[in-house]
Design a protein around this ligand. Structure first.
Ligand code: NAD
Ligand code: WQD
Length: 337
């Protein structure tokens, strides 16, 4: 069965490609390489001993996308392609709207035209805004606190409208919590451009001595140690959730929504201390003011994914930190080495 993976050279997609190939699927990637490198594709091919069909393609380019559907006989699409930096989305929202919204509309139009109506969509826990209670369940109210989050929310709404108009679509909306870590080979991982915005990639750079110290954004939240709490999930567990979602789509479920998280929350200081164990070094840090827009606590209730997909996260925080550190120390410059 052939799966088109948009944004397939990126962080979560590269781990998903590996799981797809190992599970016997054929993988076709469309990526404009705006935030990724061909090297991730080559590494996955090497790790699995299987080929990926790669198209350097922008999902805004309808002709190019159509050509892929004509050539390949796609069965289902996993749609990762998108811009994801929250801060940047506040500075240049139109770029985010153009890329994420117009890109998705173009993809959906082409899928409809070629009668490929199986879709897995990368949504985010950000669609819960500042949740009124935790753990977060899929039926809780949705809102957005920044333009990036708004693109995820708007795409979810578009998908619900599309499904209402035509029930022959099968759509799995996956709401990821905080993906971290890397494949245990250390050959693929997260490779952010410049100084990382997210906590664990930043801690990883401090661990290898590339950055001096971690800035802890606020220690006055209403949490046990005062720092923000999140549901960090190993990227390989997350990738496996996509295989389960693809399997689910073959049962014609209609439109389904799942949280993909571990159900466990860790604070910023928990992460720093767990990372210290993984790298066997002290991670210097300093408390700074809160980052605007951050919430105190978010973690998932992932029961629905367990009940309906038979999926649950298996890797704990030790493994997440160990695998992150292995990738970071093996390839300090990421795919640019
Ligand atoms: P990533 O940046 O590593 O991967 C996204 C990929 O999409 C990149 O390879 C990029 O080159 C490609 N891309 C972007 N715009 C494109 C376009 N117009 N045409 C073709 N390719 C394009 O990011 P990731 O962390 O792997 O995230 C994958 C998806 O999951 C994104 O949609 C993101 O919003 C979502 N998500 C990520 C997180 C996270 O914390 N990493 C959390 C929740 C949701
Ligand atoms: C985690 C915690 C920070 C950096 C973001 C997006 C979300 C999703 C995942 C895509 C928070 C604290 C961070 C640092 C710190 N992405 N922190 N120092 O903000 O939960 O989620 O990525 O969908 O939409 O918003 O993740 O890793 O940035 O922050 O103290 O240098 O670490 O305040 O409590 P976040 P994060």
């Amino acid at each position: 069965m052939k799966i088109l993976v948009t944004g397939g050279a990126g962080y979560i997609a590269s781990h998903t490609n590996l799981e797809l190939l190992q599970a016997g699927y054929e993988v076709v990637v469309a990526d404009n390489l705006s935030n990724s490198s061909m090297e991730s594709i080559h590494r996955v091919e090497k790790l699995t001993g299987k080929k990926i069909t790669f198209y350097e393609a922008d999902i805004l380019d309808k002709e190019r996308l159509s050509n892929i559907f004509v050539q390949e006989g796609i069965h289902s699409v996993i749609h990762f392609a998108g811009l994801k930096a929250v801060g940047e989305s506040c500075a240049i929202p139109l770029k985010y709207f153009r890329n994420n919204l117009s890109g998705t509309i173009t993809l959906l139009e082409v899928m409809q035209e070629y009668n490929v109506k199986n879709l897995v969509f990368s949504s985010s826990a950000t669609v819960y805004g500042d949740p009124e209670k935790v753990p977060v369940t899929e039926d809780m109210p949705l809102s957005a606190t920044n333009p990036y989050g708004r693109t995820k929310l708007m795409i979810e709404e578009m998908l619900r409208d599309l499904y209402r108009s035509d029930a022959s679509w099968n759509i799995a909306i996956l709401r990821y919590f905080n993906p971290i870590g890397a494949h245990e080979s250390g050959e693929i991982g997260e490779d952010p451009n410049g100084i990382p915005n997210n906590l664990v990639p930043y801690v990883a750079k401090v661990a290898i001595g590339e950055l001096e110290k971690v800035n802890v954004f606020g220690d006055d939240y209403d949490t046990p140690d005062g720092t923000g709490i999140r549901d960090y999930i190993h990227v390989v567990d997350l990738a496996r959730g996509h295989i389960k979602a693809i399997e689910k789509l073959t049962q014609n479920p209609g439109l389904v929504v799942y949280n993909l998280g571990t159900g466990v929350g860790y604070s910023v200081l928990d992460i720093i201390h767990n990372y210290e164990k993984a790298c066997n070094k002290t991670i210097p840090y300093a408390v700074t003011p809160r980052r605007p827009g951050d919430i105190a606590v978010s973690y998932a209730d992932a029961t629905k994914a367990y009940q309906e997909l038979g999926w649950k996260a298996e890797k704990g925080i030790d493994k997440m930190c160990e695998d992150s550190f292995r990738w970071q120390s093996k390839y300090p410059k990421g795919y640019k080495n």
